[in-house]
Design a protein around this ligand. Structure first.
Ligand code: SF4
Length: 390
């Protein structure tokens, strides 16, 4: 019944029970005969929050559908794309408390399941990222977030890992709407898909949010996955002076060569403090004609090299290839899935609270999207067979 609700955008459980009662196709799908009683919406709700969640049956169903897509040849495992989309939480924006006001979580009025779950997660994992500016008393795990041009709201991110061949969602995870959590979720999804389905992509497509140095380092050095991801680079300067990319690194001799052909060597006195800092000789810089374009306010130029710079270099080189240009187009398949999720499946606001509620809703919605993909595939297969000469 839940799958019927998510496939056809029926968001209210009361309405879903009414629809299943009168719709013969829904009854057939739920294996209910004409005379069979349809569960009452309150007992339906109780099961959803109780034994369904405890048994992790939603993930079991989701993975069953992914396996079916694999059996039909819809998943090649060559290239995956990752992205996140923010969905509004069921939390009124006026029921938020600013970070400096403090919240008495012992207040009996706050003893809800969503609050208990949030406090338990804080005990287990601690605060991830900076303290949020605003915390919801209704659903504290939801993150206060603002899209450009819109008023801020509380929301969760649905993270999709998609096989770009046929656009099948191979994994999904709910996180707070926060960049660090989204990149960590990507790592977990890649590990889980490898473990459950023995699938490991050759390349991963993502936007700049996934192009941080540690993430690229993890992909290249730990997983041997080619990052088709723009490098998140804050070293590029916009004031007209030379950027990091204007200096050439010589790995063999461990130094940079500046645009004037001088060397920047590892900064020995700071070696323990920052082993990745390189400095030019002040003598060279003082007499250099390019100094106004390089380090006008300093005695000599310095460059900080990330410990993950080799992985960043791999990503930069990949960005010049034809395969990368194709990946930019393939990334749109995830955006189409998010647009479909919000407009057709009407999941633009959650009905369930807490991280576990978001997790259940996102898993069911992704299952519905994969089922629709399978249905389209079966229809085109049937048409091909019908059109074939006898
Ligand atoms: S100022 Fe120093 S680092 Fe910059 S280009 Fe001249 S010599 Fe090289």
């Amino acid at each position: 019944m839940l799958l019927v609700g998510y496939c056809f955008g029926i968001r209210s459980e009361r309405r879903l029970c009414e629809e299943v009662h009168v719709n013969l196709a829904y009854r057939w799908f739920c294996r209910l005969g004409l005379e069979d009683p349809v569960p009452d919406h309150s007992s339906f709700s109780k099961n959803r929050h109780g034994r369904f969640r405890e048994s992790d049956v939603f993930r079991h169903v989701f993975e069953g559908v992914v396996q079916r897509c694999m059996n039909e040849g819809l998943v090649r495992g060559e290239g995956f794309a990752v992205d996140a989309s923010i969905i509004k939480a069921d939390a009124n924006r006026t029921r938020g408390v600013a970070a400096d006001e403090g919240i008495d979580w012992q207040d009996p009025g706050l003893g809800t399941r969503a609050v208990r779950e949030y406090l338990q997660a804080l005990d287990d994992e601690g605060q991830i990222g900076a303290t949020p500016k605003n915390t919801s008393l209704t659903d504290p795990a939801a993150r206060w977030t603002a899209a450009p041009g819109c008023p801020a709201f509380f929301g969760y991110s649905t993270n999709y890992l998609v096989d770009v061949d046929a656009g099948v969602i191979v994994d999904v995870e709910a996180t707070a709407a926060h960049r660090i959590e989204e990149t960590e979720a990507t790592k977990r999804m890649l590990e889980r898909v490898e473990q459950r389905f023995a699938l490991k992509p050759r390349h991963l497509i993502g936007d700049t949010a996934y192009g941080s140095a540690p993430m690229l380092g993890w992909l290249v050095e730990h997983k041997n996955i080619a990052p088709h991801i723009p490098v998140w680079d804050r070293s590029e300067r916009s004031d007209g002076t030379f950027s990091h990319s204007d200096f050439t690194f010589n790995a063999e001799h461990n130094h940079y060569v500046c645009p004037a052909g001088k060397l920047l060597k590892p900064a020995a006195p700071n070696r323990l403090k920052n082993p990745y800092r390189y400095r030019a000789s002040q003598l060279d810089c003082r007499s250099c004609a390019l100094k106004p374009q390089c380090c006008p306010n300093m005695l000599g130029r310095k460059i900080d090299r990330s410990p993950y710079e080799p992985a960043r270099d791999v990503a930069r080189e990949l960005a010049k290839t034809e395969a990368y240009r194709q990946s930019r187009k393939d990334r749109k398949k995830v955006e189409i899935l998010f647009a479909h999720l919000k407009r057709i499946l009407k999941l633009d606001r959650l009905r369930l609270r807490g991280r576990s509620g978001a997790h259940d809703e996102f898993l069911l919605a992704a299952t519905a999207q994969n089922l629709r993909r399978l249905a389209i595939w079966f229809r085109s297969k049937a048409m091909t067979v019908a059109a074939a000469p006898a």
